[in-house]
Design a protein around this ligand. Structure first.
Ligand code: FES
Ligand SMILES: [Fe+2]
Length: 338
């Protein structure tokens, strides 16, 4: 788990004035909107007996615990214990952690870490052409696989010809050498692979596109838990077909991930076709999950414990980010710099 990052943790539309539970890193969080529509995020565990606030209710921007009705305000402090005599001081320990939250691109972003506001990284910036002009459909589900392993599949150019061979992978040449450059940033990494020609020249799609189209793929890692695949099919003109597959991976525990997906498309932006595109996206996601869930080690192993080839460069970049963060976490806890 990477600390001191903003985690895309829920769709904005899912947070209302009713408490909503989000689980990450084996921890429960509760999110709700106050009367100004601002999102409050608290630890979802009452300090009295440990009940989940998310089963409680909102009262004047505060949350009441569902067990004995203690009332907590947005900064996590308890402000009322109903059974106490009037004027009884509230114990100092009657408080829970509260978390900074932002909204952008239809997601709620929760800051998990201990950096003061001025030192926190900015939220990521997704491609303008996609978020402004393309039609999104949303999907949400639980995968029985590790979040980093699932992210790795979404940052992997070469799995397409095997994992997705029965869907979009069948049009991609199987024996193309995959060699690319990885551009690294503080916030993640980007790589691109282009295929000069796609599928066989007699297919109906090629006929529609006026010849064998090119496929351009770009994969982006946005630390800590988001991946984006940009797919461009066409001949470089304004009729090119474009998709963006954006995925937020919430690590529930080592073997379970909540996956929040947005499929952007520039074709057929008709609302009644959303269900059709959602189904396609869901099928692709399942193709990945079925295989990733079989990996013998779900938590990410050490880089040296597995074999790697040139085409794994983007995955290796991600693993190095993970390793670095785990090392600095160890250093913080043990003081060990070795
Ligand atoms: S457990 Fe929350 S008030 Fe008792
Ligand atoms: Fe995939």
């Amino acid at each position: 788990m990477l600390k001191n990052f903003w985690y895309a943790c829920e769709f904005s539309s899912a947070i209302t004035n009713k408490p909503k539970q989000v689980v990450m890193f084996n921890q429960r969080f509760v999110l709700y909107r106050d009367s100004h529509r601002k999102i409050v995020a608290l630890q979802d565990q009452c300090p009295h007996r440990g009940a989940a606030f998310s089963l409680g209710w909102i009262e004047k921007d505060c949350i009441r615990c569902p067990y004995h009705g203690w009332k907590f305000q947005a900064d996590g402090k308890c402000v009322e214990i109903p059974s106490n005599a009037h004027g009884t001081p509230i114990p100092k320990k009657a408080r829970v952690d509260s978390y900074p939250v932002k909204e952008k691109y239809g997601f709620v972003w929760l800051f998990y870490g201990d950096l003061p506001e001025a030192e926190r990284p900015p939220l990521p910036t997704f491609p303008e052409y996609m978020v402004r002009a393309m039609r999104p459909v949303y999907d949400d589900g639980i995968d029985h696989a590790n979040y980093a392993r699932l992210m790795e599949a979404n940052l992997d150019f070469t799995h397409v010809i095997a994992v997705h061979r029965k869907s979009f992978g069948q049009r991609i040449p199987i024996n193309k050498t995959i060699n690319y450059q990885v551009d690294k940033y503080d916030w993640g990494a980007v790589a691109k692979v282009n295929y000069e020609s796609l599928g066989n020249s007699k297919s109906f799609l090629n006929f529609l596109l006026g010849g064998r189209p090119e496929l351009k793929t770009k994969l982006t890692l946005y630390l800590p838990n988001v991946t984006l695949a940009e797919i461009n099919v066409g001949r470089g003109g304004r009729f090119d077909i474009k998709f963006g597959i954006l995925v937020a991976h919430l690590p529930i525990d080592e073997n379970t991930t909540r996956v929040k997906r947005v499929l952007y498309r520039n074709i057929l932006p008709l609302p009644w076709l959303d269900g059709f595109f959602r189904k396609i996206d869901h099928k692709l996601a399942q193709e990945d999950t079925v295989v990733v869930a079989t990996l013998d080690s779900q938590p990410m192993p050490k880089i040296s414990d597995e074999l790697h080839v040139a085409a794994d460069a983007l995955d290796i970049t991600f693993r190095k980010f993970l390793q670095k963060s785990q090392a600095s976490f160890r250093e913080q806890v043990t003081g060990d710099r070795g």
